[in-house]
Design a binder for this molecule. Sequence first.
Ligand code: PLP
Length: 381
Amino acid sequence: TIYLDHQATTPVDPAVVEAMNFAATHCYANPSSPHAAGIRAFREVERARGAVARLIGAGRSEIYFTSGATEGNNLAIKGVAARTGGPRHVVTTAVEHKSVLDTCRSLREAGHEVTVLPVDGEGRIDPGRVAAALRPDTALVSVMLANNEISTVQPVAEIGAITGAAGVPLHCDATQGVGSLPVDVRTLGVDLLTFSGHKIYGPKGVGVLYVSNRLSDRAPLAPLLHGGGQERGLRAGTLNTAAVIGLGAAVGVLAAGRQEEAVRLAGLRGRFLTELAHRVPYTLNSGTGPGFLPHAVNLSFPDVDAQQLLLEVADLAVSTGSACNSSAQEPSHVLRAIGLPPERIRGSVRIAFGRFSTEAEAVRAAHVLAAVAGARPPVTA
Ligand code: PLP
């Protein structure tokens, strides 16, 4: 298999496997236990917490481990809405991941008001629209760092300046961005930030929620889970120690080479697109310049049903739209939000290069896709 679906998930880095092996073997004690074995596990967990904090410019006491970005997004959004008491107003965008949009929908059902802001043709939110949407009862703004289908990087720092001046907490789902972009919570002006282990070559089922002390000190978030009071009462349940330690290792590898890797991956993507362009017509649904993630591209082949196409290139792991969505047959809400017509959406394929991708794979992938896309009979409506 040529694996080019790194926006769905990433393979686990060998350094992470090694750290998790070590953790499972030597850090099996409960990190909350006061005996020596517990303290050993606790120290490794705290080392991981320190690595995560350094990666995003946060304090260690501002990092909470979760089961992933879905839980983090739920906890951030519901946790802020619930602490305010009574119905409030939340602002988000039309291109967020479902774990944000559906969480906001659940708030609406619970009596809160939600404003879902539209985006432009590139999928970008206008900070002016955020400013105009703010109200005296706005409890939270939630804007992603980078989109998981079309790679658009949002002007989060500009939005953070606006929400900061208005005294409204800003949440950022950084799941897709943190692997490629420098993230500093103070520069971004965010009070809450989430990401996931499995998009940065770490394990699945573990993630991070950053909550600024400034926000927690004013009023703590309401937890989703009640129990043993772990993670300073915000996320009860014994930590998945091996996964947390693996995440710490993943963060270490990421921090060491993110910038050079972004340049390398942009090069692979460029080579892939050039090879493809020589062989078959396609239209880009995402940008490839600044303002977009460097390693991914979303494109449509004319008169092609991408779902069918993917069945014919089974050895090539790419996706149509969002993999987190792919069991639902409805067209991508992101591609609709940027105004693509149904036939463009039907022909859309998402390709994302990663740490172990090679130039030979980029070339081969282009040849395989072109052979299949070029050979297909036109779709009849
Ligand atoms: N947010 C974004 C932008 C994503 O791409 C994903 C990926 O699936 C998630 C949230 C959910 O992350 P997780 O799989 O860790 O729950």
